[in-house]
Design a protein around this ligand. Structure first.
Ligand SMILES: *Cc1c(COP(=O)(O)O)cnc(C)c1O
Length: 333
């Protein structure tokens, strides 16, 4: 299953979903109805699991042939009702269990009441799944084994009530690397598709697919003692050259990336982001490097990984990628 939620982790969900569909992927996953409907409107016909549907979105899900994760009784009741009202048979759904992460999901105590509802002619359970809270830990890891045991217990109690046999899945990207014996018959990979596995060891096996580039739109000469940007964010200790770049916090370059904490690359050299990052612009000290207006500026990609940029910005690759805003033009090659 290829996970393309949040615009494919800040990339380009329609293009990436199409690409995965052409490669013959079995399943796609998104977070909500809107994301799924967008893919359907763009000729994606691969089955799509919706991880976190809300009650009021179920009609829309059914309308676009999206497959909800059913994680509580209210969702199950409403799905049954909708299928009944629409004279639908075997509408595909997925049962999501909480086995210890304590986020979304039925608990093991709900299994008995679920056994009473299935099988029925309205809803078809395509898969049973759960999600690990600690897949980034190396195996063996007690909490993960506990989660897997609980998952096995749930599956063995329910499986007799489900025909045809549902798919079973537990692992995200880190799980695929760290707990390969828990793959069952599907895995859900998101960040791995985009080149990261949250561990330098595993990252070596993957190739990042996204690059974030901007350009210099002006160069300012400042004198020793001058301030740069808002609120005394930077006071120059020298005569300096400052490059102005048209990306800001509204584009997902957080203020935590400013004030010297992160670097960008221009003409093969690194340069610090200085001062407070603005909404639409940021400033870089280019005193020591050769550059001019219109030169390319790399935030991450070839010279520096998104992981490194994220870490220096006080966050993780997932957040840095997925918060990249809609003003950034996506180019898919
Ligand atoms: C986002 C998500 C995934 C994908 O996780 P990665 O770490 O990006 O591979 C898998 N399963 C669920 C339930 C998710 O929410």
């Amino acid at each position: 299953m290829g996970v393309v939620k949040a615009n494919a982790y800040g990339g380009s969900d329609i293009e990436i979903a199409k690409y995965l569909q052409d490669l013959g992927i079995d399943y796609l996953a998104v977070a909500n109805a809107e994301e799924g409907a967008l893919l359907r409107k763009n000729k994606i016909s691969t089955p799509i699991l919706v991880f976190s549907p809300q009650l009021e979105d179920l009609e829309k899900l059914f309308e676009y042939n999206l497959e909800p994760a059913i994680y509580n009784q209210t969702l199950l009741d409403k799905s049954l009702q909708l299928a009944l009202n629409g004279s639908l048979e075997n509408y595909p759904i997925h049962l999501k269990f909480n086995t210890g992460m304590n986020r979304l999901g039925f608990s093991i105590q709900n299994v008995d009441s679920l056994k009473k509802v299935f099988p029925n002619q309205f809803l078809l359970i395509k898969s049973i799944y759960s999600h690990l809270g600690h897949s980034q830990e190396q195996s063996p890891f007690n909490q993960t084994l506990k989660q897997a045991n609980k998952f096995n217990m749930i599956v063995s109690t329910l499986i007799g009530h489900i025909k045809p046999k549902p798919l079973l899945h537990l692992l995200n990207t880190s799980g695929i690397f760290n707990f390969p014996h828990l793959q069952y018959n599907m895995v859900r990979t998101g960040i791995g598709l985009y080149g990261f596995a949250n561990d330098p060891l595993w990252d070596n096996f993957l190739k990042p697919v996204m690059k974030l580039e901007s350009k210099v739109i002006q160069i300012q000469k400042v004198h020793k003692g001058d301030y740069v940007g808002y609120s005394k964010g930077y006071k120059s200790e020298k005569d300096a050259r400052v490059a102005i770049i048209p990306l800001g916090y509204a584009d997902g370059i957080s203020r935590h990336s400013g004030n010297g904490r992160t670097q960008v690359w221009i003409n093969g050299s690194s340069a610090s982001i200085i001062g407070n990052i603005c909404m639409d612009l940021l400033m870089v000290d280019v005193s020591d490097i050769e550059c001019k207006e219109q030169d390319k500026v790399e935030f991450f990609g070839f010279n520096q990984s998104a992981q490194e940029f994220a870490e220096n910005s006080g966050t993780i690759t997932y957040e840095q990628l997925s918060r990249l805003g809609p003003r950034i033009k996506r180019k898919f090659t």
